[in-house]
Design a protein around this ligand. Structure first.
Ligand code: DAH
Length: 454
């Protein structure tokens, strides 16, 4: 049965009174930023770098996993409330009562029953319970933590789940549909591979190297044992098939975002909700960086959520980690910046653009406008003006944007107005210094562009 409160109902019930009270009383530890990060939803803000990462993960899954008619089979939830119950965040994921992740010192508890989610994994059980088999949850997550260049108590995750029945696990390995009876009749999994997929046999042989002879390909087994490679309920073959798909999916995802030349390693780990479990680490600037956690979902979770006939894999990836590597962003706090010096570097870009972040000055901006009639004796493009400004003011001009265009009704002459944001990397610019520079630009507009400053 579906739990009687969905996370959004929970959020509604709690939002007006307790959540607001919680946010107010925790003002002093407003995570170090001036406005509360709850509801900022950076991952769905247009042109925000975290939004680009979300879009890339979504497009990757849409492309990789398609149904019979080529339709994407993953559904995406990127706006679920971050207020979840203790049941959702921990119990539904069979996190032991004594697990350190439940500690008051690590979580933002609102009361004894609700907290700000510590991971987007908190929604898995509920969505499975609602009948979904392939889905992605993207959102903000909250953990009490120190604050430094790579730690911040609010960050963003994308959490994916894929659960399959026996038929789906088996058939996905075969290029052409093979009757299950024929597969089952073959004695060993190596036989199966040799008969049915000779081309892939070598690859698959690796996967199956530890499968004992004489076992037919099955997802579940009755008197199995939990080992370091698998759960009690699952056969080793099924686990390995899932592991293969999981790891190849994640490696492709990482390569598509971070580049083909990526150096990676899989590190075995433990999570309460998966077994076996791994972390994917990538080499970045001579250091191993943990990108994501993943594993084969604990059968007890699926069983409890009404999907006991399925085996599944899941992963959770940190968006900030990815974005910091991809865009060269040196400090995790920058994602919360409302400084136009930061935001303009992503503005009007797309998730596919190559963007390398340039440090923004800590000193204040000085903003001056310039308006001029465009030259009549030659062609003009705003790029001419941008180049001119750069050649005169260099890096002191942080941003230039065309803010207004006007055609005189009588003369038909066109006028442009540009906003220039001045800012120095090493000092506060005085208005007088800026005015001197601005005047030089005005003179050059007259002289070099043949514009008439208004
Ligand atoms: N929730 C884990 C974390 O925040 C990441 C994770 C690991 C998510 C394994 C998963 C998973 O869905 O299967 O560190």
């Amino acid at each position: 049965m579906i739990q009687n409160t969905t996370s959004d109902q929970v959020a509604e019930a709690i939002e007006d009174d307790e959540l607001n009270a919680f946010l107010e009383t925790s003002q002093e530890e407003n995570f170090g930023v001036s406005t509360s990060p709850v509801k900022r939803n950076l991952h769905i803000q247009p042109y925000h770098p975290l939004s680009f990462i979300r879009q890339n993960i979504v497009s990757f899954l849409y492309k990789k996993f398609v149904g019979r008619t080529g339709n994407p089979i993953f559904s995406v939830y990127d706006n679920l409330s971050p207020v979840v119950s203790v049941e959702q965040n921990f119990d539904s994921l069979i996190t032991p009562a004594t697990h350190p992740s439940r500690d008051k010192s690590d979580c933002y508890y609102i009361n004894h029953k609700y907290l700000l989610r510590g991971h987007t994994t908190a929604h898995q059980s509920e969505l499975i319970n609602m009948g979904l088999n392939n889905f992605l949850v993207v959102g903000d997550v909250y953990r009490r933590d120190e604050i430094d260049t790579s730690h911040y108590p609010v960050f963003h995750q994308a959490d994916a789940v894929r659960i399959c029945t026996q038929e789906e696990v088996i058939s996905r390995q075969f290029p052409t549909p093979v009757p299950w009876a024929r597969v089952a009749a073959l004695k060993t999994s190596t036989d199966v591979l040799a008969h049915v997929v000779p081309k892939r046999a070598e690859v698959m042989f690796q996967v199956f190297r530890r499968v004992p002879n004489g076992e037919a390909l099955q997802v579940f087994e009755k008197s199995g044992m939990r080992t370091e490679d698998k759960q009690q309920e699952h056969t080793l073959e099924a686990t390995k098939l899932m592991e293969t798909e999981l790891k190849s999916t994640l490696l492709c995802l990482a390569q598509s975002l971070l580049g083909q030349g990526l150096v990676h390693r899989w590190v075995a780990t433990t999570f309460p909700f998966t077994h076996p479990s791994w972390e994917l680490e990538v080499l970045h600037k001579d250091k191993w960086v943990e990108l994501l956690g993943c594993g084969i979902m604990e059968h007890a979770i699926l069983h409890k959520a009404g999907a006991g006939d399925r085996i599944g894999w899941a992963f959770g990836v940190g968006l900030e980690r990815m974005a910091m590597i991809i865009y060269d962003i040196p400090d995790i706090r920058l994602f919360w910046s409302t400084d136009s010096g930061f935001l303009c570097q992503f503005n009007n870009k797309t998730a596919n653009d190559v963007i390398k972040y340039k440090a923004v000055s800590m000193y204040p901006q000085c903003i001056n406008d310039i308006s001029f009639w465009l030259p009549e004796d030659r062609l003009y493009s705003p790029n001419d003006f941008y180049d001119l400004v750069r050649s005169i003011a260099g890096d002191i001009v942080e941003q230039i944007s065309l803010v207004d265009e006007f055609v005189h009704p009588k003369t038909q002459r066109t006028s442009h107005c540009y906003k220039l944001v001045y800012r120095h990397m090493e000092k506060t610019l005085t208005q007088e210094e800026v005015n001197v520079m601005h005047r030089l630009i005005e003179q050059a507009v007259d002289k070099e562009l043949h514009g008439i400053v208004r």
